[in-house]
Design a protein around this ligand. Structure first.
Ligand SMILES: *[C@@H]1O[C@H](CO)[C@@H](O)[C@H](O)[C@H]1NC(C)=O
Ligand SMILES: *[C@@H]1O[C@H](CO)[C@@H](O)[C@H](O)[C@H]1NC(C)=O
Ligand SMILES: *[C@@H]1O[C@H](CO)[C@@H](O)[C@H](O)[C@H]1NC(C)=O
Ligand SMILES: *[C@@H]1O[C@H](CO)[C@@H](O)[C@H](O)[C@H]1NC(C)=O
Length: 417
């Protein structure tokens, strides 16, 4: 027995050592590639060009909010935005700067290491401590995508300079590419709140720790300003008229332009009676996600409030539909079984109420859509379809405090209405 124990311990350590060698080599490769890429970027840019970048985290909606904040900061400071890719199907939770950086970097290294060294070993390994054991499969279940492959930046690129960071978060290689970096390292979830006018007597948002005047960035000599998290819809506050106009331009022009996504929502909208010819609704029940307690407790109230609002439009507004005598309702939701959860809705608006589950056949368009590393995107696109269809109605009614609802409302108000 003792011999067996020693030998399995020995095997485990050999595997661990191999794993570290592999990761280390990969890290080296990445560094080299990035150095080459980065040096090209810097050489082709103007000498006086300065840059800014940040670290993404959390789900898609939060990443999009961070991106918009970064775009605004890039405009106000006249710095080129080094845009990180979208992280798909993995919620890297918020942390302080250094910890968040290593979590991002590690996720990518783990995935690459498994893809490159485990494919031939997966049927063999029964040792649970082995990095290639199937219990470590989750390291592969995410991917990345350039924002440009999802959103249309043509208008914005006339106003600000943007380059893609690539599908990596290698801090060391970034340091090598920039002779000087100014870091904004926050350690709490909401650290600085940014303001574009120094003399405004705006009070600090409840969640934030400290005011930061953007004017301070303008004089920074460093080539790169490196933010950590930029999430939070009240993170950047604008009072200057020109900046506010730019913000509206961002909201209006940054549209989803993925070809299959657009085709899919167009087909569903047509079935619903056409753009603006239905009422878009979003109800977040919190039933699927751990940590969504706030929405779960409120769910029954939310449903009642929304029902009243929808009913108001239902009775008072005219829609150009031939299919139903009443306006059609499209209900976007996180509920698994909308017909059961929203019985009151269905009994009131049937047969003219629909949710994504009624349009499953249109989602087949995503069956073969994959990322650069062959990761399937169907699951990623589904909430986006829900979002875009819900926001394309004549009216939109959403859940209070839900990021999804805020985004849908913004799309509705700036791109549809
Ligand atoms: C903005 O930055 C560019 C260099 O990237 C520079 O050529 C230009 O003069 C700057 N504009 C202003 C208004 O400072
Ligand atoms: C592993 O399994 C796959 C199919 O399940 C098979 O094609 C492959 O040959 C196997 N590899 C080894 C090394 O046994
Ligand atoms: C919401 O209402 C349903 C039935 O109407 C009930 O079963 C459920 O417990 C309620 N949930 C909460 C959180 O009050
Ligand atoms: C109503 O829809 C029909 C076809 O769907 C269209 O021909 C007509 O112009 C629309 N009317 C209005 C007032 O939008």
């Amino acid at each position: 027995m003792p011999i067996l124990k020693i030998s399995s311990l020995f095997r485990a350590s050999i595997i661990l050592i191999c794993y570290y060698i592999i990761t280390f080599r990969l890290l080296e490769d990445l560094t080299l590639i990035n150095r080459i890429l980065s040096s090209q970027k810097i050489q082709t840019s103007y000498n006086d060009e300065k840059f800014l970048t940040y670290l993404p985290h959390s789900g898609f909606n939060n990443q999009l909010i961070s991106l918009k904040n970064a775009i605004i900061l890039s405009y106000v400071t006249n710095r080129t935005l080094i845009m990180p890719s979208v992280i798909i199907d993995k919620e890297i939770t918020h942390s302080g700067f250094d910890k968040l950086y290593s979590k991002l970097e590690r996720s990518i290294i783990m995935k690459k290491a498994r893809l490159s060294s485990c494919s031939h070993r997966t049927n063999e390994t029964t040792n649970i401590k082995d990095f290639c054991h199937k219990s470590n499969n989750h390291h592969e279940k995410f991917s990345m995508m350039y924002w440009d492959d999802l959103l249309d930046f043509t208008t914005l690129k006339k106003r600000i300079r943007i380059i893609n960071r690539g599908h990596e978060f290698n801090h060391e290689s970034l340091k090598k590419s920039f002779e000087s970096i100014f870091y904004i390292k926050e350690n709490s979830r909401y650290g600085y709140q940014y303001f574009d006018m120094d003399n405004m007597k705006r009070s600090l948002g409840r969640q934030y720790n400290k005011k930061f005047f953007i004017s301070k960035f303008k004089s920074r000599p460093e080539k790169l300003i490196h933010f950590g998290s930029l999430h939070g819809s009240r993170r950047v506050n604008l009072d200057d008229k020109k900046n506010k106009e730019f913000l509206n331009e961002v909201k209006e022009s940054l549209r989803f332009n993925h070809p299959e996504l657009n085709l899919c929502i167009e087909r569903i909208i047509n079935e619903l009676g056409g753009l603006k010819n239905y009422i878009g609704v979003h109800i977040r029940t919190g039933e699927r996600k751990f940590g969504d307690e706030m929405f779960r407790i409120q769910a029954n109230n939310t449903i009642k409030t929304i029902l009243d609002q929808v009913n108001h439009y239902f009775l008072n507004e005219r829609f150009n539909n031939t299919k139903c005598q009443h306006p059609i309702v499209f209900l976007a939701t996180d509920a698994k079984n909308p017909k059961r959860t929203f019985r009151t809705f269905y009994s009131k608006f049937s047969p003219c109420i629909f949710s994504l589950t009624d349009f499953k056949h249109h989602l087949d368009i995503f069956n073969n859509i994959k990322t650069y590393d062959n990761y399937k995107l169907k699951k990623f696109f589904m909430p986006l379809v829900d979002l875009l269809v819900a926001s394309s109605g004549g009216y939109f009614v959403g859940t209070d405090k839900s990021t999804f609802s805020k985004m849908a409302k913004e799309i509705h108000d700036f791109q549809i209405a």
